[in-house]
Design a protein around this ligand. Structure first.
Ligand code: HEC
Ligand code: HEC
Length: 274
């Protein structure tokens, strides 16, 4: 395997001290034996762990089976829908030009009008209800997956730029605790599989570092799109733990923590996975 970004190093301890709340540092210290105080982890994107044909499919929009979702999202962006007779574009301008280009990289984020940390899906639904006067979509509906794929595709190449402090501090701390918590019949944490064992085989798959940057992804074996929280559910099942509902507060917290953890990598959505 050839690390393409071998020089990108994150010092988890230093990062937690600089950006995260004190609890993140304690949780990490307590539960990463072998990755003690000064330990650093080279960040490798999920694509590094893929067979080369799958990686090539993701890199080529024409061959990427998730790309039709990007196109569907793009078409919806400028189409009027709902009782106000408006489209997303009427308020935000063309997707490629507007600030929304960076938006996907900054979620989950604190949104003052609802007073909490929300995902991009929830933000889209707020705009659907308040802006379009159209019904909210389920996070796992094709239409929502398409809009998220489009907005994250617009953010391709940008680093995830979530905030872990201020209003986000307690959710961030929860996410970091969850990442190191041993759960399920197998008593496995996210960190055990994705910080300590990446590069090793688990079942038929090669463990990656568990970054969220390519989501949503198209699964070639399941022939469908997998949104991030569904990947969390799959990972919970691998540890024989009870999965939580899509958009559960714990999953929002994990998503925030993961995006902070991969800050020095860039968004590559929509991904393709075996
Ligand atoms: C009536 C005007 C209006 C319409 C229509 C509208 N929005 Fe918004 N949207 C806003 C406002 C106001 C905000 C909050 C201010 C901001 O962050 O730009 C916002 C914020 C957003 C954000 C977050 C931006 C950020 O940086 O955090 C996204 C993403 C978004 N809208 C997507 C959509 C999508 C997708 C649609 C169509 C389904 C849509 N909007 C329709 C007014 C609108
Ligand atoms: C038993 C080992 C195991 C545990 C525990 C586990 N995962 Fe995973 N995870 C996997 C496997 C296997 C895959 C698919 C191959 C890969 O990308 O690592 C995966 C994939 C992922 C991916 C997608 C990576 C990509 O690039 O496609 C994310 C994100 C992720 N896991 C997050 C988590 C989180 C968050 C937790 C804790 C709630 C967790 N995982 C716990 C085994 C595990």
């Amino acid at each position: 395997m050839q690390p393409i970004i071998g020089l990108t190093v994150i010092v988890f301890m230093a990062g937690a001290l600089a950006i995260g709340p004190a609890g993140a540092q304690t949780a990490a210290q307590a539960q990463t034996p072998g990755m003690g105080g000064a330990a650093a982890m080279h960040l490798l994107p999920g694509e590094e762990f893929l067979p080369s044909d799958v990686r090539a499919k993701q890199a080529d929009d024409f061959d990427n089976p998730a790309y039709p979702y990007v196109e569907a999202g793009e078409a919806t962006w400028s189409k009027s829908e709902g009782l106000n007779g408006k489209s997303c574009e009427d308020c935000h301008g063309p997707g490629s030009k507007s600030n929304v280009k960076q938006a996907a990289a900054s979620y989950p984020k604190y949104v003052p009008s609802v007073g909490k940390i929300i995902t991009l899906e929830s933000r889209i639904n707020i705009c659907r209800r308040n802006g379009l006067n159209a019904p909210a979509l389920q996070d796992i509906s094709d239409q929502m997956i398409a809009m998220v794929a489009y907005l994250r595709w617009l953010s391709r190449g940008l680093p995830a730029s979530v905030s872990a402090g201020g209003q986000a501090a307690s959710v961030f701390e929860r996410g970091s605790e969850l990442f190191y918590a041993k759960i399920g019949l197998l008593q496995l944490s996210c960190a055990q599989c994705h910080n300590q064992k990446f590069g090793q085989k688990f079942g038929g798959e090669t463990l990656s570092q568990g970054h969220a940057l390519s989501y949503p992804v198209y699964s070639l074996s399941q022939r469908r799109m997998i949104p991030l929280h569904e990947r969390f559910r799959m990972c919970n099942l691998l540890a024989r733990a009870e999965p939580q509902p899509i958009n559960a507060p714990d999953y929002v917290a994990l998503e925030l923590y993961l995006n902070w953890r991969s800050k020095q990598l860039t968004i590559t959505a929509p991904g393709v996975r075996p």
